[in-house]
Design a protein around this ligand. Structure first.
Ligand code: SF4
Length: 332
C-alpha cells in the first residue's frame, strides 16, 4: 500500500473558452510522501498552476476535471466542493502566485491570517490572535506587526505573511506557486530557505511550482517536469540532473547559467504547442534536438527508466545501439 499523502491520478483538465476547448492538463499523475519536497517545473502555460488549483478545488467554473486527487487515500474531488472544501487550508494549503498582492489592502495582515482559522473553526478570538503572532514569528516577522496593513510590509515580508496565512490551520501539504517570483535575489534565497526550514520543522510536504529547475534541484528531493500539460519526466532531482531521460529536462538544465562559467548556455528554440489544438506525436518534437522517426506521429508512453524515475520519450524504448549514441541524456 502506498504511503503517499497526496496522489494525483491521470488528471485531465479542460477549459471551455469562447474560441473552443483547451485541454490544459493531459493525464498528469504523481505522488507526494509526507514531508517530501517536490518541484513541479515547466515553462509558462504548461499546466503546473492549473494542476495545483485542481488539487485545491479552486478551478474556475468553465473548467472540467477528470481523474482523481487522493489525500491520505480519500478522493477529495469525488463530489466536488463537498469533498474538497473540508481539506482546503486545513490539510492542503496554497501560497498563490503573486501572493504579495493577494492581501486585501484595507484589512490588517493579522486579521487576514486569522480568516482560515475562523473559517475552519480551528481557533477564534484571542486564541486566533495568539496563533497569528506565533505564525508571524515562525516566518521571521515580529508578532507585533500583525496589526499593520499590507502596504506597511516590504515585498519579502508580504510573501512571508502569505506563507504564514497558508500555515494558519496546520496543513500537512503546502502548494507554493512561484513563491519567489518578483522578489530580488537575496529575498528569493531567504524565502527558499524559509520554505525548506518549515518543511523540516513542521514535517510539511511541499509542492514547489516554478519554471526554475536548478532552484528545484537545490531545494527539492524530487521533481516532475511538465510540458504541454503532461509530465515529461519525474524522478529524484539528482537523477534528473545527472541522468536526464527526456531531452526537455536536459535542455532546461543546460539553459541555466553555470556559476563557474565553464559550460555554454543554450536556449531552447521555439515555444510550447497550443493546447487548444490536437497534438499529434510527441508535443516536444518541433523543439527537440534528438527527434527521430516515430516522434512526429506517435505519442510517447510514460515508462519507468529506473526506480521512482519515469519519462515520456521514445528514446527510452529504443536500444541505444539503434540510436547511434543519440540518447536522451546526450551531452550538456
Ligand atoms: Fe524528442 Fe522524440 Fe523524445 Fe519527444 S519522443 S522528446 S521528440 S526524442
Amino acid at each position: 500500500m502506498s504511503e503517499a499523502i497526496l496522489q494525483v491520478e491521470d488528471l485531465h483538465i479542460w477549459f471551455d473558452l469562447d474560441e473552443g476547448e483547451l485541454h490544459a492538463v493531459q493525464g498528469v499523475s504523481f505522488e507526494l510522501e509526507p514531508g517530501e519536497r517536490m518541484g513541479l517545473v515547466g515553462e509558462s502555460g504548461c499546466g503546473k498552476t492549473t494542476t495545483i488549483l485542481a488539487v485545491m478545488g479552486l478551478l474556475p467554473a468553465n473548467a472540467s476535471v477528470a481523474g482523481r486527487v487522493l489525500f491520505n487515500g480519500e478522493d477529495i474531488l469525488e463530489e466536488g466542493e463537498n469533498t474538497v472544501a473540508p481539506h482546503r487550508w486545513k490539510d492542503i494549503a496554497m501560497v498563490f502566485q503573486g501572493a504579495m498582492n493577494a492581501f486585501n489592502p484595507v484589512k490588517r495582515i493579522g486579521d487576514q491570517i486569522a480568516e482560515p482559522m475562523e473559517l475552519h473553526g480551528t481557533a477564534r478570538g484571542r486564541q486566533a490572535k495568539g496563533r497569528v503572532g506565533d505564525l508571524l514569528e515562525l516566518v521571521g516577522i515580529p508578532g507585533s506587526r500583525a496589526d499593520r496593513y499590507p502596504h506597511e510590509f516590504s515585498g519579502g515580508m508580504r510573501q512571508r505573511a502569505a506563507i504564514a496565512m497558508a500555515l494558519a490551520c496546520g496543513p500537512k501539504i503546502l502548494l507554493a506557486d512561484e513563491p519567489t517570483t518578483a522578489l530580488d535575489v537575496m529575498v528569493q534565497a531567504q524565502i527558499l530557505e524559509l520554505l525548506v526550514g518549515l518543511t523540516e520543522e513542521l514535517g510539511l510536504a511541499l509542492v514547489f511550482v516554478t519554471h526554475d529547475l536548478p532552484v528545484v534541484a537545490q531545494t527539492c528531493g524530487r521533481a516532475a517536469v511538465m510540458y504541454a500539460g503532461r509530465i515529461a519526466e519525474e524522478g529524484a532531482t539528482a537523477d534528473l540532473y545527472h541522468d536526464a531521460r527526456h531531452p526537455y529536462t536536459r535542455l532546461l538544465f543546460a539553459a541555466t547559467p553555470d556559476l563557474h562559467g565553464k559550460e555554454k548556455i543554450i536556449s531552447i528554440p521555439g515555444s510550447p504547442p497550443r493546447l487548444d489544438r490536437v497534438i499529434t506525436g510527441c508535443p516536444f518534437q518541433p523543439r527537440c534536438d534528438r527527434a527521430f522517426a516515430p516522434c512526429p506521429t506517435v505519442t510517447p508512453r510514460t515508462v519507468s527508466v529506473a526506480e521512482r524515475h519515469v519519462a515520456a520519450c521514445h528514446l527510452n524504448e529504443v536500444p541505444a545501439e539503434r540510436l547511434g549514441g543519440a540518447g536522451a541524456t546526450g551531452a550538456r
